[in-house]
Design a protein around this ligand. Structure first.
Ligand code: IPE
Ligand code: IPE
Ligand code: MG
Ligand code: MG
Ligand code: MG
Length: 304
């Protein structure tokens, strides 16, 4: 080996490629997301402002990124994934606006700035959230690049993970059943439904667009549900250990929290364990699963 010449290992090469892809995909996504939500009605100016305030306020854009990675694994052109990716981010942003409301988590800071309801009031924030949710279904249904049978499957999946058996149900149990004496099965229900479900929909809807087989969809489901579960436990950890400046949101507002049940050390182990389970689940994609593995490892190290 020549001295002074940097040698890039195979892993480093994959990591470099993946990070480049993540950044480039995120830029593409931001540009396309900015093209939605136009509204010409002057009477709705404040509602539009409120929606855009939350939708275009940064955020890690993990769910759209995940959908793009999966679509790419099946050779789907980016253009055919855009409506799904934007819909996922709209649903997620709607859930954040709702989650921060005074009768929910009563949080004042989101994505490094005042929460939507702090700026626009609870009435407008609630409407912005519902408006975003509904727009998500609409943009998939309006997508000229998707055949009707795929639109039906994708919208069905999205509606399912948002509804009573998804995010809404998870948030309900979080609010109504949470306490310091909460048992594992209840917390598991909360984390699976309020968070992991949308991860699962992100991966499986992209896989459906890519004509994945049943076995492939199942593997992606397993990956996403474990990753989403780990993601929410780490969110609970950051809630306990981070600062508002670092994490960019109000802290110690939610009730159903893994740290209260297990403490910091056990939670750290759980995050690692579920991330490993996620990575194990996608072994069947050997040779084209690098980005999903790196996504899992990256989320494990996140600080916000
Ligand atoms: C926050 O999600 C809510 C949870 C499900 C934990 P993210 O951590 O993805 O939030 P943003 O989109 O980056 O702000
Ligand atoms: C809620 O969990 C997840 C959502 C579906 C919004 P949290 O209440 O822990 O989310 P953050 O910490 O406020 O983002
Ligand atoms: Mg919250
Ligand atoms: Mg939290
Ligand atoms: Mg909450």
């Amino acid at each position: 080996m020549q001295r002074g010449v940097a040698v890039i290992t195979r892993e480093e090469g994959h990591m470099k490629e993946a990070l480049l892809y993540f950044n480039e995909t995120k830029d593409y996504f931001e540009t396309r997301l900015a093209q939605y939500m136009a509204c010409d009605e002057p009477l709705l100016t404040t509602l539009e402002e409120s929606i855009k305030y939350s939708l275009y306020s940064g955020g890690k854009r993990i769910r759209p990124l995940f959908a793009f990675i999966v679509g790419d694994m099946f050779g789907v052109p980016r253009e055919r994934l855009v409506s799904l990716a934007c819909a996922l981010e709209m649903i997620h942003t709607a859930s954040l606006i709702m989650d921060d409301l005074p009768h929910m988590d009563n949080a004042k800071v989101r994505r490094g700035r005042p929460a939507n309801h702090v700026v626009y009031g609870q009435d407008v924030a609630a409407l912005a959230s519902i408006g975003l949710l509904t727009r998500a279904y609409e943009i998939v249904l309006e997508d000229p690049d998707l055949p009707d049978h795929k639109k039906t499957l994708v919208v069905g999946k999205l509606a399912n993970v948002v509804g009573i058996n998804g995010l809404v149900g998870g948030q309900f149990v979080d609010l109504k059943f949470a306490s310091e004496t909460m048992q594992y099965p209840t917390l598991e229900y909360i984390h699976n439904h309020k968070t992991a479900a949308l991860f699962v929909a992100s991966g499986t809807a992209a896989a459906i667009i890519g004509d994945a087989s049943g076995e492939q969809i199942k593997a992606l489901e397993e990956y996403a549900s474990n990753l989403g579960f780990a993601f929410q436990i780490l969110d609970d950890l950051l809630d306990a250990t981070g600062t508002v400046e670092e994490v960019g949101k109000s802290l110690q507002k939610d009730k159903g929290n893994f740290v209260l049940l297990y403490g910091l050390d056990k939670c750290r182990l759980l995050v690692e364990d579920y991330t490993n389970r996620a990575i194990d689940a996608i072994k069947i994609f050997q040779g084209r699963n690098d980005r999903l593995i790196i996504l899992g490892q990256m989320l494990l190290k996140r600080k916000s």
